[in-house]
Design a binder for this molecule. Structure first.
Ligand code: PMP
Length: 312
């Protein structure tokens, strides 16, 4: 399994402002508002290797680019590059590095150069791809705590957009979990119901129904979450989007954390209380299996979610 250092060493090429450059040569200004005022939006998504097809498959690229557009509009960045341009940049970066394994792609759009808090340009962009295998906790799960920090709110620093500034809130919760020896944190919103984790959404199985906080509960409109809601329909697993109370965590028969990084990661404990048997449950396992089929191009009917890199 590759470590972070290995993965870093294997990034040869990145795309900056639509041109391939060596990773070491990709630079932004130290006074860029993207850095000084977090005027930066991004997307993170995965490409999955299918060994039989010898193909790398980008998962739900169009949906990630659509969400990026929304973030760009909200932060009023100048002349956002077209989706087609970003698609070309992403394919070129993957091919230049010749990645033939599971890969993570980060696309960032930011205000570069020099400027005030309200500067809207010049807009720069980067595409960075790196090998990223499945997380180790996918199999056995991890424990979560309830963070003492609340989630950002819609009318202050909207969680619905993927802006780097929102990750200060995530970082505080993540650090708290780390100090307590937990794998992750649950952030509650101002109403005291569950919002999400620092980098993913939550699902709880209660009385046979998978509950997930609705999109107005203070969450990023997660593409993995939406995929799971769709899979639920295919597999006849009942799912419900609604405000989910903190106490419902302690009643859950199964639970998982989901997002591009985690995929579907079982939660085995909330605040020291076992979820169900304390082992990943059968419904979570069924969702993981279907998700894996879909992302690796082995589920007829879901190919429209995949972009082929090498034989497109
Ligand atoms: N919430 C937050 C705060 C995240 O950072 C992420 C990861 N992008 C998610 C949810 C999951 O979103 P997605 O499924 O689109 O990766």
């Amino acid at each position: 399994m590759s470590t972070t250092a290995d993965s870093r060493a294997r990034i040869k090429w990145v795309t900056q402002n639509h041109s391939l450059v060596a990773y070491e040569d990709a630079k932004i200004s130290v006074m860029a508002p993207g850095l000084t005022f977090a005027a930066l939006v991004f997307e993170g998504f995965r490409a999955y290797w299918n060994p039989e097809q010898e193909e790398l498959l980008i998962f739900r690229l169009e949906d990630h680019l659509k969400r990026l557009e929304f973030s760009v509009v909200l932060l009023e960045l100048d002349d956002p590059p077209a989706t087609e341009q970003f698609t070309r940049d992403i394919l070129a970066t993957l091919k230049a590095n010749d990645f033939r394994e599971d890969t993570y792609i980060r696309l960032q759009v930011y205000v570069d150069d020099w400027g005030s808090m309200t500067a809207t340009g010049p807009v720069g962009s980067t595409v960075i791809c790196r090998p990223r295998p499945r997380v180790a906790t996918y199999q056995n799960g991890q424990s979560f705590i309830t963070s003492s920090w609340n989630r950002n709110i819609e009318n202050a620093s909207p969680p619905r957009i993927k802006a780097s500034g929102n990750y200060l809130n995530s970082r505080l919760a993540g650090l708290e979990a780390k100090r307590q020896g937990a794998g992750g944190a649950v952030l509650l919103n101002q109403d005291g119901t569950i919002a999400e984790g620092p980098g993913g959404c939550l699902f709880l199985l209660r009385d046979g129904v998978f509950l997930t906080p609705d999109v107005n509960s203070g969450i990023l409109e997660s593409i993995t979450r939406q995929t799971i809601l769709d899979i639920g329909q295919d597999l006849d697993i009942e799912m419900e989007e609604r405000p989910v109370g903190r106490t419902e965590m302690y009643l859950a028969e199964e639970a998982f954390y989901c997002g591009t990084g985690q995929e579907i990661g079982p939660v085995t404990e909330f605040d020291g209380r076992a979820v169900g048997t304390g082992e990943p449950g059968p419904v979570t396992r069924a969702l993981q299996a279907k998700f894996d089929e879909i992302v690796r191009g082995n589920s007829p009917g879901h190919e429209h979610w995949l972009t082929r890199v090498y034989n497109g």
